[in-house]
Design a protein around this ligand. Structure first.
Ligand code: G3P
Ligand code: MG
Length: 248
């Protein structure tokens, strides 16, 4: 059974309107009508799964240096909203558990992207799946994805029945089809900003669903939909909205 995907998925919540990968960003995406959100999952030094994108703290927090070097308590001392706007000053990096709580409250689906700090590919998947297995039971509204084949392999071993997606870089590796088969992924998630129609058709030939990141432009959104892309990640659910794809 293919996954029932919405047309659009709020990227890192609604990253154009609130600081990415925060509870506020998830709430904003829900307020804007998103049915699903995408979030990045990393581990603190003491192995707490948290929602965060970069390997370093500098861009989106008042901390410095590698995320991987910080324990949970130290990460909680940081704030991650001010860089985006003063009105978000003081907000904290959420744990996976806190994010899932909001997702359940707001009745959303979620794409959790495993984004391991270098060298923690197995552990990140394990810790994420451990937490998730205790608080999530709706397999139809969860997609686990990663650029890391090791993290996806761990997911295959630990949670075979949850949908998996293989993330491709803008230059897809030559053996993506073999990897997609081996990892038993249901979706292939491509860089829609650089992808061409040939790649989309090749994926369609493998009978997998296709998701494209990160699309903030209406014309590109329409083109990708015409090519057959099933769902688009967007920072801007106002510009690239579900309504854009309604047949009038
Ligand atoms: O999962 C889609 C997209 O989020 C992948 O790239 O760097 O935004 O996590 P990135
Ligand atoms: Mg991501």
């Amino acid at each position: 059974m293919p996954l029932k995907l919405p047309n659009i998925i709020g990227h890192r919540g609604a990253a154009a309107y609130a600081p990415e990968n925060t509870l506020e960003s998830i709430q904003t995406a829900a307020d804007m009508g998103c049915k699903w959100v995408e979030l990045d999952v990393k581990l603190s030094k003491d192995s707490v799964p948290m929602i965060f994108h970069d390997d370093d703290l500098d861009r989106t927090t008042n901390g410095h240096g590698p995320f991987a070097d910080m324990k949970f308590e130290d990460l909680r001392d940081l704030e991650c909203g001010h860089w985006f706007s003063e009105s978000f000053s003081g907000i904290k990096i959420p744990t996976l558990e806190e994010a899932i709580e909001i997702i359940l409250q707001r009745d959303l689906g979620v794409n959790l992207e495993i984004k391991p700090c270098p060298g923690r590919e197995v552990e990140t998947a394990e810790a994420m799946l451990d937490v998730l297995s205790q608080i999530w039971d709706d397999r139809d509204r969860l997609l686990i994805s990663s650029f890391s084949h090791v993290s996806l392999e761990t997911s295959l071993d630990m949670a075979n029945d949850w949908y998996r997606g293989l993330l491709l870089e803008s230059e897809p590796m030559e053996n993506w089809k073999e990897l997609a088969d081996y990892l038993e992924v249901s979706t292939v998630n491509i860089d829609g900003r650089t992808a061409n129609r040939e790649l989309v058709e090749e994926i369609m030939d493998t009978e997998r669903q296709i998701l494209a990141y990160t699309i903030n432009d209406q014309q590109l959104a329409r083109t990708l939909r015409q090519w057959g892309v099933d769902a688009l990640f967007t920072d801007d659910p106002d510009t690239v909205s579900e309504d854009l794809f309604k047949v009038h």
